[in-house]
Design a protein. Sequence first.
Length: 372
Amino acid sequence: MAIHRVLVVDDSVFMRKIITDMIQEDERFEVVDTAKNGLEAVEKAKRLKPDVVTLDIEMPEMNGLEALKRIMEDHPVPVVMLSSLTEEGAKETIAALELGAVDFVRKPSGSISLDLFKVKSLLMEKLTVALQTKVSRPAVQTRPYVPPKPVIKPPAASVAKELIATTPAAAHSGKIERLVAIGTSTGGPRALQQVVSELPADFPAPVLIVQHMPPNFTKSLAQRLDATSHVTVVEAEDGDRLRNGVAYIAPGGWHMIVKRDEVGYKIRLTKDEPRSGHRPSVDMLFDSLLPFRDLKRHIVIMTGMGSDGAKGMQALRQAGAVSTIAESSETCVVYGMPRAAAELNCVTHQLPLYQIASKLTELVTKDINPKM
């Protein structure tokens, strides 16, 4: 059996031992070394060339985010972050995922805790997935850089819903006639950063997003995307009315579905059982859109492990969805969910990540201006 080499990075001696012991109990892995700060992590990652790295965020001399940047520049390798449950920890974790970390494991109750033993199975699952991912140097660009248009944003994402409710901007007004739904998992935050940030402010449809992520982290993801995007991005709340030019992210631990009443379309959040192990589930969102044949539906599946969303995309395609887009293997961190959709022959466009936003804008605008 192949032995996969792991570098464990944490400033706590106790935590380094706990994580090392967890990993060493799995015969597929061996810990080749440990590092107590970011500087050591960068040096050892370059010299030892491990197959995967576990990386703490809060460390002296060089923190985990700075170390991650250096590692991805010097010797790209799959990295799994160890994150605290605090709001600040969630923000830092989202930043790490955008910098190229593959995934993260939550520390159940602070930086040093015996409870970490409870996440052993999750840690080993994340390490196993990390070995199947593709990582690359962030400096290598696959398309020309286009600076974003200036965007005036509210001072804090917490006021986004008040802004939507009180601003008569064209992007947020008008009848809902078309809708975009996106599903993603491993590698998703970085993919969403690219796609959502490139949608125009007057995007004439609501965007519904399911990203496999636990509670507390989806709020930080929404805030991060809102700060860097032309459209407004919010973490969905039960009863939210769908508005054009607004992206809604399903909160961790909740299914997000769409309902219609006499007023229009609204979001419902449910605690129904996980579907295929996921809550939120992409298939749950997609299936909820099946009755709305009068909506011009555009469906997207991007990078992620497994097959969540594939059957829902197939059903929507059969029910008249205008377009079904799957991210192509060349840019996927994990070519799992898009592959599952492609194998069901329900994909109208298979595109690299850097073409998805422009294609969506073209398709959605086309059914407003058919001559485009």
